[in-house]
Design a protein around this ligand. Sequence first.
Ligand SMILES: *Cc1c(COP(=O)(O)O)cnc(C)c1O
Length: 395
Amino acid sequence: MTHPFLDHLTATLAGIEADGLTKRERLITSPQSGRVTIAGREVINLCANNYLGLADHPALIEAAGQAMADHGFGLASVRFICGTQDLHRALEERLARFLGMEDAILFAACFDANGGLFEPLLGPEDAVVSDSLNHASIIDGIRLSKARRLRYENRDLDGLETALTEARAGGARHILIATDGVFSMDGTLAPLPGIRALADRFGALVMVDDCHATGFLGPKGEGTPVHLGTRADILTGTLGKALGGALGGYVAGPQPVIDLLRQRARPYLFSNALPPAITAAGLAALDLVEAGHDLRARLFDNAAHWRAGLTAAGFDLIPGEHPIIPVMLGDARLSQQMAARLFEKGVHVAGFFYPVVPHGTARIRTQMSAALTRDDLDTALQAFAEAGRETGVLA
Ligand SMILES: *Cc1c(COP(=O)(O)O)cnc(C)c1O
C-alpha cells in the first residue's frame, strides 16, 4: 500500500534511525530469569523488573495451571457483565489487606489503573499536583481528568509547597498529590514523609504509584510508604514486576474510592477481566512475598554487591539502595554501543535515552534480581569493566 500518510510515517522512522534512537527488540526463547537465551546464547539478564525472581517460579506456574484447570482460560466478559470470578475478589481482598487499605480493584495493567484513576475522582473544581518525573501512565491519566493540573520538579518539596499554595489560592475543592514511590529511571525514592506532611497541612490526598516497590521495599514488601514510615491514601501497582511479572494492575485505597472506580473507571468498565491463570498466580505471588524475607535479603545483597563493584570499577552511578542501578553515560549512542559490547560479552542490558530520559542523561539501567547469583554478578562486573574501557567510558 502506498499513501502520503505512510510516506510521512516512513520519514519519521528514518529520522529516529538517523538520530540513533531506534529501539530494537531481542527475541528471548527461554523463560524470564537471571539468565535468558537470546539467539541461541545464554546471557546474564540485568534489565528485567523481576526483582524477586518470581517470573519463572514453580509455585506461580503451578497455581496458574491449576486455575486454568478449574476456572478455565478466559472470561470473555468485562467484570460487571459476567466476568467476575471468586479469584478476582480473593486477589482484590488479599491485595488490600497486604497493603493496609480498605479495598482494591484490579485492572488489566497498572497503565490502565493510572489511566482510569483520576477522571472519575476529580472534577474541574479540583486540582492534581504531580511530580515532573511521574510515569507516563500517570501523566496520561491526569490529562484525561478535568482537574486543574500543577507540576513540581522531581522530589522537590519546596516546589510541591508552592504548587499546593497555588492550588489552594485558586480555590481548589479537593487536591490530590500524585507521585511514583520509586522513580524507575533513577532508582530514587519519593520523599514521602515530607509529601505526607505537606498534604496534611494543605488538606490534600496522596496517591503513590508503587510499581517498583511493592513486594520488596518495606519490612514485608508493603512498598515505599511503609518503607519510609508513612502512608499513602491511594496506591496503584502492578502484578507485572516483582509480583510475578505477568500482567495486571490495581488501585488500593479507601472504600468509596474503590467503589466509585468500579462504577466509573473507563479501563475497568470497557476492558476484559483478568484471566484465572493471572489472578491465581497473583495470590501465589503474595504467599511468596509474605514469606519472602530470604528473597528480599538476596535482592538487596545483590544490589549492594553490584553497586559496590560498579563504583570500584569507576562508573558513575546515581546513589541509593534500590535494585534499580543506572550507570550514567550521557550520550545516547554511547549507551547503545556499551549495551552492544556487553551483549557480545554475554550480559543483556538496555541503553535508555531520550525520550525515555532527558537529553544528555543517557544511561544503562541495570536492575538486580533475587534470581541472579553472586557468580552472575561477578561475571557481569568483569564484562562492564572491559566494555567500559573499550568504549572509553573508563580510563
Ligand atoms: C511499569 C509501570 C507502570 C505500568 O505497569 P503495567 O502493569 O506494566 O502497565 C506504571 N507505573 C510505573 C511507575 C511503572 O513502573
